[in-house]
Design a protein around this ligand. Sequence first.
Ligand code: B30
Ligand code: ZN
Length: 258
Amino acid sequence: VEEGWDYTNVDEWKKEFPQSCAGSKQSPINIILNNTKLAYTTGLEWKNYDFTPAEMRLTNNGHTIQLQAKWYYYDAYVTSGPLGLNDYIFEQLHFHWGQKDNEGSEHTINGKRCELEIHMVHWKRDYGSIENAVNYSDGLVVIASFYTVLLNRKSQVLENILDAISSVQNVNGTTKIEPFPLSDFKVADNYDDFISYSGSLTTPKCNEVVTWIILLTPFSISKKQIAKFRSIKLNHGSKYNYRSTQPLNDRKIRVYLQ
Ligand code: B30
Ligand code: ZN
């Protein structure tokens, strides 16, 4: 997929896509935990995440590897907590990584970068499709989680994906994988503590339509697993796919402790 941008020129995006990538509510950001506002609400509810999808497909689209899932009857969605009565339906998840340790995640916490960040992308049910939802300021919810090398312990859920890595090593590579429930992505201790803020897609056209939900507790990944992400080929030979952090401006970051 050739879209006229890649990770060798992230700071040029503001010039190439001035109407959006140069906006004042851009993502990712550095999250300074001392500068957050404590919020009170019911927890986030994950609906149907325990169901095994009928089909799962992994694709290298030139900027990331992306996992899509289709269920037999029910789609997976999130609701409640900061989302109130609105449902946001799961569309795809994908990864951001770097070339070295302490590099790779898009968001940083107190200035620290993890080695991997997962984005679970959801669109508001009322808007009917993701293509339509990206035109509305409350169109998307992206749930982000971090992976870092802790005691070199491997992630079991990432093994399902990395087993198929040879099929997505190159741009446009795609393969079906053995379906597993997406709830396998939510198994850390303190799983429910998160922050939320209003931002944008982290890739052009950088639409300012995303309610970000960022899980605070990182998951573990092994050195061998992170090396596999670093071997994936992206557009223009890029070996990393994270955008630099953007100014917070007048936005507030809310923290939700369970
Ligand atoms: S992110 O989570 O902020 N990194 C999109 C969704 C989530 C993020 C970034 C982008 C998205 O849906 N983009 C539009 C669809 N496309 C086109 C594109 O962004 O350029 C994604 C694709 O191929 O499948 Cu590439
Ligand atoms: Zn992303």
